[in-house]
Design a protein around this ligand. Structure first.
Ligand code: MN
Length: 196
């Protein structure tokens, strides 16, 4: 049974960068709806007791089960996104990922610019990602519910660029939301743990 995970912090912990109001809707309504919809779609099927990653990999690329994929992937992506953020985070990374970022982009500033640009240029809804492919860090973006784990690629960090992630706080200013989150909320300890 797939359930809604608790946020790893209080609803007001990320304010003013992400308000309690946004988290109330984003976690309490949007994320919960994906969990509830998924539960209804897999009830009584062979996927009813499967774990989330198994469900995603099983239905990925199957047009007949796009509804299951979309809801399952959105549940996974959101659970991962919450853990990518923390109060007092962001800015220059620490740990092993710092060296890998410098090796791949030359500087944190260049990396931050490219990550922001991935989110800004994702047309419509989707996600910006830092992923590990082989031993190489890459910045990617995906549309709607698409997730690197469906393709066996290891995500290290994600940023939600659906309008529901920022509209209450930033209206149409997606670049401002991205700059603030990258600069002040990324949990580099979580990113480093994902590298291991
Ligand atoms: Mn979202």
């Amino acid at each position: 049974m797939i359930t809604l995970p608790e946020l790893p912090y209080a609803k007001d912990a990320l304010a003013p960068i992400i308000s309690a109001n946004t988290l109330e809707f984003h976690h309490g309504k949007h994320h919960r709806a994906y969990v509830d919809n998924l539960g209804k779609l897999i009830a009584g099927t062979e996927l009813a007791d499967a774990d989330l990653e198994t469900i995603i990999r099983n239905v990925a690329g199957d047009p007949a089960r796009a509804g299951i994929f979309n809801n399952a992937a959105q549940v996974w992506n959101h659970s991962f996104y919450w853990k990518c953020l923390k109060a007092g985070g962001g800015g220059t990374p620490t740990g092993a990922v710092a060296a890998k970022i410098n090796a791949a982009w030359g500087s944190y500033e260049k990396f931050a610019e490219e990550l922001k640009n991935a989110g800004v240029t994702q047309f419509g809804s989707g996600w910006a990602w830092l992923v590990l492919e082989g031993d190489q860090l890459k910045i990617t973006k995906t549309a709607n519910a698409e997730t690197p784990i469906a393709r066996g690629i290891k995500p290290l960090l994600t940023l939600d660029v659906w309008e529901h992630a920022y509209y209450l706080d930033y209206q149409n200013r997606r670049p401002d939301y991205l700059a603030a989150v990258i600069g002040r909320l990324i949990d580099w300890d979580f990113v480093n743990a994902n590298l291991g």
